[in-house]
Write a protein that binds this ligand. Structure first.
Ligand SMILES: [Zn+2]
Ligand SMILES: [Zn+2]
Length: 851
């Protein structure tokens, strides 16, 4: 950056000097006589034992002091956004206050909720997770206090001068910092294609905040000014509290009494890890994360397992749920929603903790076997194995090393490594149809006016053709719904031609005809939508909203829609939940949605500005994932369910008809899929099911309600006849055994040994049984050959300790050209059809005689 970027009138007016840090060489501005910038590592922590603020602040006091200062200086206070960034599809978590306003506000698409504004935003970052408890200042959840201003060319709020003046004002005027102790170090900030100068604010060796001025865009042609410039500041609440206390680490003053209580049983580092993770989990679980082995759920599981592992080291340590509740109670004073979710959170944690102990039980033998296998091939367990075991089996490395005999060292940055790997995954969303190859529409074609938003029941309309190519047609206006938002497209006709597929592409709706388009630009066409299909899709789609509401109501607020598909035959919704639903839960959910259907509630659809919608309904709006645009289309079923959604819906719940749940399955860890049908399809499917039951009742000769009894009766009859059959066969085989043993053609004596040999065509089980009967007395050898189902079988049994069955079999194998094996008392081999059974039998017989 050009030095002039930092050469502010404010600095000159107030008498700041620009200096070069003798340690890092950076330029910085100060009123004092520092020769180094006041940040680690250039300066040491001078505030330890000597607080840099006028008095000690609790987190609540520091937050209020900060926000209050900016309110008194023209800023509007904005409530926190969720720590899970549902309004974005590029990140899982809110990592800075500016994330709240990206991309819609920073791109200029929508106005900010207030301008200028101040906020204290809880942020989640897992990159330094291994530093928690070690550095004395790292947290996985921290609050970023900020003041933001968004400047348009026609409306400048404030920029660099005023920003630095406010920063100096809050530090000196509000918190009582020594004006001469503060340094503003010149830096460059760059992110997401934007860049600009920034000033890092240091005091007594600690960086308290950063002032970023988003001013330029970098694109292939170079760097150019942004039309909208943004003041993006960030101050660490925890650092303010620490600065005001001057304690050895930030954990004591930030976590207060809850930390002290943990310190009674845990070492300082472990206490910090547990309480930090507990606080982060309070936010994550309230903001709608279900622990799992992938995506955002992965991080919740990581924190839970790491905290459990630390707590398990000390028998007297409290259990994780009570630590989380203790911390959540504190936070709830600031953020009441964290208290409101308590029961839901406890149930979820209990299930997750059980799952962990099961995982450890399962893992123990697996780990030991893998170590043996590695050792057998001259290798040993490595760091890579630890990562793999953590990811696939859920075993923390500290536990893994205690389960094996020759463990590697656990790397210090283990958890940062696994966290980084998982940040690469992409957030979940709706069913997306694999994109068919769509033609390019000329850029000068005006956008299609989409009318299905306005009235889902208009199914015939007139329009003009704007563009056509091959079988594709773009109209000036359409009621045809294109595939999107998990809902499949409409079908119908454009004049005489069938419409088989409808897609959205940029600002256009493309209709695909069942034949090459005969139309020309300017032609007037009559559109007609397939009524039955559209109504069925609307019913399935509306049913999805109703189920989403009923599932949240029944299972708890952790339920989010993770994906959805609305077809004509059936629909499905994937939800975040920690176990499959019980029969009883399914019944309750089904009753509840049908109750809402009968209540005939209005389903309102309307457009509303993003800010207003978020303010009125909160972020549960984004059930289908992030939605683009400055206006959101809201589908509002009163206090039951409100979502941002672009699909076609019934206008009253009664139009859904009925909803039948058809199935439930756990499709992946933490995600449960429900399949259902509504309207006509629900009745059809129930009819089909009933027809099957009637047919079953007819065949069983019982009334419908007696089918289970009828099946029980049938099963016991089957079982009885199976037993009788087995007894009969046993009797038969016994008779055969007696006959063979006494017939000289099948029986010979060699010394004290009796050899019974026979060519007898039986199945494998019968051969085994016959051999067992023949060798019941000691000193017997049975040699049986059978040809059945296109294969030859040789069976050898022996009750003579001097004759091994498997050895005899081996003697016979060359003649038999078969394969097999066994042990001393029984052995069997199978050969190709037409195998020389007699020769094999003869070879075995010779062997038995000579043994
Ligand atoms: Zn420096
Ligand atoms: Zn919808």
């Amino acid at each position: 950056m050009d030095p002039s970027e930092y050469d502010l009138a404010y600095f000159h007016r107030e008498g700041f000097q620009r200096r070069m840090c003798t340690e890092c060489g950076s330029a910085f501005w100060t009123l004092g006589d520092h020769t180094r910038c006041q940040e680690a590592p250039c300066a040491s922590y001078a505030f330890i034992g000597q607080p840099g603020f006028r008095r000690p602040y609790t987190p609540h006091e520091a937050r209020e002091a900060y926000l209050g200062y900016f309110e008194r200086h023209g800023h509007t206070r904005v409530r926190r956004y969720p720590t899970v960034a549902r309004w974005r599809n590029d990140v899982f978590f809110t990592q800075a206050s500016i994330y709240d306003f990206q991309p819609w506000v920073t791109s200029g698409a929508i106005p900010p909720p207030a301008n200028p504004l101040t906020i204290s935003q809880p942020c989640l970052r897992f990159i330094d997770i291994d530093e928690v408890g070690v550095s004395g200042r790292h947290f996985t959840e921290f609050e970023m206090m900020a003041h933001h201003a968004f400047n348009r060319p026609d409306h400048e709020v404030y920029f660099k001068d005023r920003c630095v003046e406010l920063c100096q004002g809050v530090l000196v005027g509000e918190f009582g910092a020594d004006a001469r102790g503060i340094t503003y170090k010149e830096e460059t900030w760059e992110g997401g294609g934007n860049l600009g100068p920034s000033l890092s604010v240091g005091l007594a060796g600690l960086e308290l905040g950063t002032l970023v001025f988003m001013e330029y865009v970098r694109d292939p042609t170079g760097i150019r000014p942004m039309p909208l410039t943004v003041v993006d500041t960030g101050y660490g609440l925890e650092r303010f509290v620490w600065m005001s206390h001057g304690t050895k680490s930030a954990y004591e003053p930030v976590f207060g009494a809850a930390y002290e209580e943990l310190r009674q049983t845990l070492a300082a580092r472990d206490a910090a890890i547990v309480i930090d993770h507990a606080r982060t989990l309070s936010f994550m679980l309230t903001d709608g994360i279900v622990p799992s082995n992938s995506k955002e759920g992965y991080f919740a599981r990581l924190l839970i397992r790491r905290a459990l592992r630390v707590l398990s080291k000390v028998p007297e340590a409290p259990d994780l749920i009570s630590v989380i509740e203790r911390v959540a109670r504190e936070i709830a004073r600031e953020y009441p929603e964290i208290g409101a979710h308590r029961d839901d959170r406890d149930r979820l944690l209990t299930a997750e903790i059980e799952r962990y102990s099961e995982a450890l039980e399962r893992a123990r033998p697996i780990l030991q076997r893998q170590e043996e296998r590695l050792a057998a091939s001259g290798g040993r367990v490595t760091e890579e194995n630890l990562v793999e075991w953590y990811d696939s089996l859920g075993v923390p490395p500290e536990v893994a090393v205690s389960l094996i005999s020759n463990p590697p060292k656990v790397p210090d940055d283990f958890y940062s490594k696994v966290a980084t790997r998982h940040e690469q995954e992409t957030p979940t969303g709706d069913y997306v149809e694999p994109s068919a190859s769509l033609p390019e529409v000329s850029a000068n074609v005006p956008p299609t006016e989409v009318l299905y938003y306005l009235d889902p029941y208009t199914l015939a309309f007139d329009a003009h053709v704007l563009w056509t190519e091959g079988a594709f047609v773009v109209l000036d206006r359409t009621y045809f719904y294109p595939t999107g938002g998990g809902q499949v497209h409409d079908t119908g006709h454009l004049s005489e031609l069938g419409v088989t597929d409808v897609h959205r592409k940029g600002p256009w709706v493309l209709h695909r005809l069942d034949a090459p388009s005969p139309f020309h630009a300017g032609d007037r066409v009559h559109g007609k939508i397939d009524r039955a299909r559209r109504i069925q899709l609307m019913q399935h789609h509306t049913a999805t909203h109703l189920l989403n509401g009923a599932l949240r109501e029944t299972l708890g607020p952790h339920v989010w829609q993770a994906g959805a598909y609305k077809g004509t035959e059936a629909a499905r919704i994937d939800i975040t939940h920690y176990r499959p639903l019980s029969r009883d839960e399914l019944r309750r959910v089904e009753r509840r949605v049908n109750e809402i259907v009968r209540e005939d509630r209005p389903v309102k659809s309307y457009f509303e500005s993003r800010n207003e919608a978020e303010r009125r309904f909160g972020f549960t709006l984004y059930q289908g994932g992030a939605v683009p645009g400055k206006e959101l289309r809201i589908v509002d079923i009163g206090d039951f369910d409100v979502e941002a959604c672009g699909g076609t819906h019934c206008t009253h719940t009664s139009e859904v008809g009925a909803i039948a749940l058809l199935g439930v399955e756990r499709i992946q860890d933490g995600i449960v899929r429900l399949t259902y049908a509504s309207g006509e399809r629900a009745l059809d499917i129930r009819d089909e099911h009933e027809e099957v039951l009637r047919e079953a009742a007819r065949r069983l000769h019982v009334p419908l309600e007696k089918i289970p009894d009828g099946i029980d009766r049938l099963l016991s009859e089957v079982e009885a006849s199976r037993r009788a059959e087995k007894g009969r066969r046993g009797d038969d085989l016994r008779a055969v055994a007696d006959r063979l043993s006494t017939d000289p053609g099948n029986s010979e004596t060699a010394g004290r040994r009796t050899i019974v040999h026979a060519r007898i065509d039986l199945d494998r089980n019968e051969l085994m049984e016959l051999s067992r009967l023949l060798t019941r007395l000691p000193g017997r050898v049975a040699l049986l050959a059978s040809e059945r189902e296109d294969k030859g079988t040789l069976f050898v049994g022996s009750s003579d300790p001097t004759v091994a069955a498997d050895a005899l079999l081996r003697l016979a194998l060359p003649a038999f050209e078969g394969r097999g094996g066994g042990n001393r008392s029984a052995a069997t081999a199978v050969g190709e059809p037409g195998a020389p059974l007699e020769a094999a039998l003869e070879a075995a017989r010779r062997g038995a005689r000579d043994a």
